[in-house]
Design a protein around this ligand. Sequence first.
Ligand SMILES: [Zn+2]
Length: 553
Amino acid sequence: MTANEVAQAIQGRLVVSCQATEGEIFHDPQLMARFAAAAVAGGAAAIRANGPADIRAIRGVTRVPIIGIQKVRHRDGKPLITPSFESARALVEAGADMVALDCSVRGQESGALDRIREIQKRLNVPVLADVADITEAIAAVQAGADFVLSTLRGYTEETDHAQDFDPSFIQDLIRASSVPVIAEGRISSPEQARQAVATGALAVVVGTAITRPSDIARSFAAAIESEYSRRTKVSHAIGIDLGGTQTKYGVVRSDGALLFRSAVETPAKSGVCAVLDNLKRAAEIATRHVQDAGHDPVAVGVATAGWVDTRTGRVVYATGNLPGWTGTRIGEELSAISGLPVAVENDANALAVGEKQFGAAKSFEHFVCVTLGTGLGGGCYVGGALNRGAHSIANQVGHIPIMSDGLLCSCGAQGCLEPYVNASALIRYAGSSYTSAAQVIAAANVGNEGARDAIRTLGRHLARGCATVVALLDPQALIFGGGLTENNPLLISVLTDELAKLVRPWKNRELRVMPSALGYYGGVLGVAAVAFDLAFDSKHGREDYVQTVARLR
Ligand SMILES: [Zn+2]
């Protein structure tokens, strides 16, 4: 196509940018082709697409002109658009009718202006200049660009201040350029697209607002949550659940809604600093999420395995599951960077608070939560209050002795319950063909007898420890959370049967044995509930909070 033919094909029309970079849900050429087909069906006159694979797939479903780009990570770590002649050639060979280049100052430093003529001459296609300001546009036109696009406005260091669509910039570009100007960048509504045409732009490119469903959903979710929070005066806390394998975190609303959640690997073997940095990063990401919706979080909660001094937020003692963690001042460290009150709580205690506030234990005054994963933790309510013991180290269900001269435990003693019922025990019972507890559970769920036997063995050991707890505390319910109880109905049924044999009397007790109602993010919800307690205890008194939560339920 010549530049004139392109201009005729797209003038007064919509161009849709169909891109999904690595790691995004729709990162797949066939899916991008579907997006392009949908865009064309809706009236797009051309498609802008990234990379030869996407372009080839899109060419397979539509004849409309394609603007090809190749985003490449540059030496400075930031992406650069079509930074070499070879990348342009690959786009044209894949079916692009024209090529766009980064002609910002950064692009020019990597030879973009010389590349314009080279591409036109050797590949015989029109070249579009992506720019961020007027000077860059003038330089690109002088170098021979056929079209100028406002794509990079707000994305370069010099224009970082311009974060919103600005029709007056399009107008300035048109005044300064002797070639047609195409509006692109942060155009998020039909009204803004109309304004772009009103300034005199030849065509309008829209991307995110049409082809990124997660971003579209996020904008709706944020608008709804923001207005709901304003109207009902609910507040937000950040919950971080530090496990031996994964760190889960999220934003929790005071009515128990989990608004945002994410999980990253815990760098347990890289040392205390790496684990702390991980927590700080999680707090920052979650805080930004709350602030984007127009609110501020009231507190941060961190759940961790081990013995925690909840008044100072310090880890008094941690087992070998988190090497070097003993003595870490989690509260101080996180409070210094977030400026918020930080509640630190043992992870099983946190789950118990979560189950009481938001989960399966709302109606119970006496219950015990057991978290089963890399290690084993316990949290319990006695008479409607969390039981901490004299030194905040009660409920160590994992260290109840069940064997004399038994296996070595992470605490250093022999014969504790934990090494008989944790994730590595389950893998050991199942045999060498499994590398994770989740694999064993999945195999059991599809009827593999070896895997089912492994779960039965674990259940029998766990029942012995739990029978001791029941004999001592007479709870209304035993609630199981953590990776090993996730999607594992067999374990709950084995436990119930075994406990019926061990607990005397069984009949009139009506003990409930159940999985956590809060699921994979139970620790996050639980420790956010602890954080709400801290924030409202210190600010408005606990009564207000209890009433707010009760009213919202
Ligand atoms: Zn132990």
